[in-house]
Ligand binder design. Structure first.
Ligand code: NBP
Length: 475
C-alpha cells in the first residue's frame, strides 16, 4: 500500500486527473472496469509520474495508503453507485471515497449519509474545465465533511487551476452535496452565458448582416475588455474557423440544434423547487429545447415575420450588443448566486458566495475576468441581497441600460429571438419596480379561490367577500 490517492474510471476525465496528480508528485493508483484503459494509461503516460496499475477493485483499494482516498470518475448515475459499493466493501473506517463525476447533489447527499453510517468519508466534488482542465488544472468544488477536506484539500488544491493572484481554484464549498450543487449552478450559468453569446452573434449576423469572420473579430475585440472570458475567446475561434470540406464558415455547416446532458435542466428544476427565478438559465435551457424541436420548427417555418426591408439595422448597434451582453451576463450570475444562497439556507450549507466566485476564476468553462469583481462584491458585503445591488454592478448596468433596452427593442422589431437578453432585462426591471402587478394577481387569487391577501397599510390576512357584499374580512 503505497499510493497517495487512487483514481477509478479512466476515460478522458479520470485519465487526465490521474496524470495531473502524478505530475504533481503523488503516487496514483489507477483502476478501470475494463483493464485496457488502465494499461493504455501506463503505456502512454507512465513516464509522467508514479502510477500503480491495478486490475481488481480489491487490489486497487489495497494499494492505497491509509486512510485511503479513492476518486471515482465514472459515468454519473447507477455506475457511480455500483463503483461506490464495490469500493466500500473493501474499505475500512476512516477511508474516503471522492466522486468527481457530474452527480446530482441529491444523490451526493444520499451517498454521503449512507457512507457516514459505515464510518466512511464521502466527498462529492464538482470538477470543471473538461478534458484539458482535468490535466492542466481544473476548478474544483468539493463538498463533504470538513474533516475530509482537511486531508484531501491540499491534494486537490495542488492539482487545481490557479487564479492570477496564485490562489488555487479549489476550496471547501460546504457539507455533503454543496460541492456538486455549486458545480450544477456553474453549469447552469454556463448555459446562460452561452445563450447570451449566441444571441449577440445572431443579432450581429441576422440583425446587422455581418459575416462570421467579421463577428469573430468583434468577439476577439470584446475579449480585451470587461467581457474578457474563456467563452468569448472560444466563440471568436469557432467563428473564425473554416470548414475544410466545403470551404464554408464552420458555424454554417453545423446543424443548429443544441444538445444538453442535463445539468441545465437540473439547475432549473431545483430553482423551481426553491422558488428562485433563474430566468436566464431557464431561457437558455428552453432555447436549446426549442432548437431541437424539429416538429414545431418544421410546422412554424411559414409563420410571418417582419419585413426585413423595413428594418435596416446599422453597425452602430454593435457596441449596443456588447453592452447588452455585459448587462445580461451580470443578471445571469446574480441569479445563479441567488440560487446558491437559497440552497445554502435550505440545506444549512453556509456557503461563502465570494469564495464560490473565486473558485470559478480559472480552470472552468465560465472563467472570466469579472469574477474577480464578483468575489470582491460579496467579500465587501455578504448581505448584499442581490449581486445587482453591488455598487460596481449597479453602476455598470446604469451605464449600459440604454443600449440594453435598444437591443431588446430592435431584436423584437427585426424578429431575432433574444430570450436571454429580454428575460434578463425583464428580471432587472421586475426587481427594481416599486410596485408590481403581483398585487393584481393576489386580488385575482382572492376572487376565485379565497386565497387571501395582505394589505400595505396594516398587518394581518384579509379576504374580500367577492360573491357577497364585497366587504373585507380580517382573518
Ligand atoms: P464517461 O462519463 O464517459 O464514463 C466512462 C467511464 O465510466 C469509463 O471509465 C467506464 O468504464 C466507466 N463505467 C461505466 Br460507463 N459504467 C461503469 C460501471 N457500471 N462500473 C464501473 N465503471 C463504469 O467518462 P468521462 O467523460 O471521463 O466522465 C467522467 C465523469 O466526469 C462523468 O461523471 C462526467 O459527467 C464527468 N465529466 C465532467 C466533465 C467536466 O468538464 N467536468 C467533462 C466530462 C465529464 P469502461 O472503460 O470499462 O467502460
Amino acid at each position: 500500500s503505497s499510493a497517495d490517492i487512487g483514481v477509478t474510471g479512466l476515460a478522458v476525465m479520470g485519465r487526465n486527473l490521474a496524470r495531473n496528480f502524478a505530475r504533481n508528485g503523488y503516487t496514483v493508483a489507477i483502476h478501470n472496469r475494463s483493464y485496457a484503459r488502465t494499461q493504455e494509461l501506463v503505456d502512454q503516460f507512465g513516464n509522467e509520474g508514479s502510477f500503480v496499475a491495478t486490475e481488481t477493485v480489491a487490489e486497487f483499494v489495497k494499494s492505497l495508503r491509509r486512510p485511503r482516498k479513492a476518486m471515482i470518475m465514472v459515468q454519473a448515475g447507477t455506475a457511480t453507485d455500483t463503483v461506490i459499493e464495490a469500493l466500500a466493501e473493501h474499505m475500512e473506517p476512516g477511508d474516503m471515497i471522492i466522486d468527481g463525476g457530474n452527480a446530482h447533489f441529491a444523490d451526493t447527499r444520499r451517498r454521503e449519509a449512507a457512507l457516514r453510517k459505515r464510518d466512511l468519508l464521502f466527498v462529492g466534488t464538482g470538477v470543471s474545465g473538461g478534458e484539458e482542465g482535468a490535466l492542466l488544472g481544473p476548478a474544483i468544488m468539493p463538498g463533504g465533511a470538513t474533516e475530509a477536506y482537511a486531508s484531501l484539500g491540499p491534494m486537490l488544491e495542488s492539482i487545481a487551476a490557479r487564479a492570477a493572484d496564485g490562489t488555487p481554484c479549489c476550496s471547501h464549498v460546504g457539507p455533503d452535496g454543496a460541492g456538486h450543487f455549486v458545480k450544477m449552478v456553474h453549469n447552469g450559468i454556463e448555459y446562460s452565458d452561452m445563450q447570451l453569446i449566441g444571441e449577440a452573434y445572431d443579432l450581429l449576423r441576422r440583425g446587422i448582416g455581418l459575416e462570421p469572420r467579421r463577428i469573430s473579430e468583434i468577439f476577439a475585440e470584446w475579449n480585451k475588455g470587461e467581457l474578457d472570458s474563456y467563452l468569448i475567446e472560444i466563440t471568436a475561434e469557432v467563428l473564425a474557423h473554416t470548414d475544410a470540406e466545403t470551404g464554408s464558415s464552420f458555424v454554417d455547416v453545423i446543424v443548429d440544434q443544441a444538445a444538453q446532458k442535463g445539468t441545465g435542466r437540473w439547475t432549473v428544476q431545483n430553482a423551481l423547487n426553491l422558488g428562485v427565478p433563474v430566468t436566464g438559465i431557464a431561457e437558455a435551457t428552453f432555447a436549446r429545447a426549442l432548437s431541437s424541436g424539429n416538429v414545431q420548427r418544421e410546422a412554424a417555418r411559414q409563420l410571418a415575420g417582419p419585413n426585413p426591408a423595413e428594418h435596416e439595422v446599422s453597425e452602430d448597434m454593435i457596441d449596443d450588443v456588447r453592452q447588452a451582453l455585459f448587462a445580461s451576463k451580470i443578471v445571469a450570475y446574480a441569479q445563479g448566486f441567488d440560487q446558491i444562497a437559497a440552497a445554502s439556507a435550505e440545506y444549512d450549507w453556509n456557503i461563502d458566495l465570494g469564495a464560490c466566485a473565486s473558485l470559478w476564476r480559472e480552470g472552468c468553462i465560465i472563467r472570466a475576468r469579472f469574477l474577480d469583481r464578483i468575489t470582491e462584491a460579496w467579500g465587501a458585503n455578504p448581505a448584499l441581497g442581490s449581486l445587482l445591488a453591488a455598487e460596481e454592478f449597479s453602476s455598470a448596468i446604469a451605464q449600459t441600460q440604454d443600449s440594453w433596452r435598444r437591443v431588446v427593442a430592435t431584436a423584437a422589431r427585426v424578429g431575432v429571438p433574444t430570450p436571454g437578453f429580454s428575460s434578463a432585462l425583464s428580471y432587472y426591471d421586475g426587481l427594481r419596480s416599486e410596485r408590481l402587478p403581483a398585487a393584481l394577481i393576489q386580488g385575482q387569487r382572492d376572487f376565485f379561490g379565497a386565497h387571501t391577501y395582505r394589505r400595505i397599510d396594516k398587518d394581518g390576512t384579509f379576504h374580500t367577500d367577492w360573491s357577497g357584499d364585497r366587504s373585507e374580512l380580517s382573518l
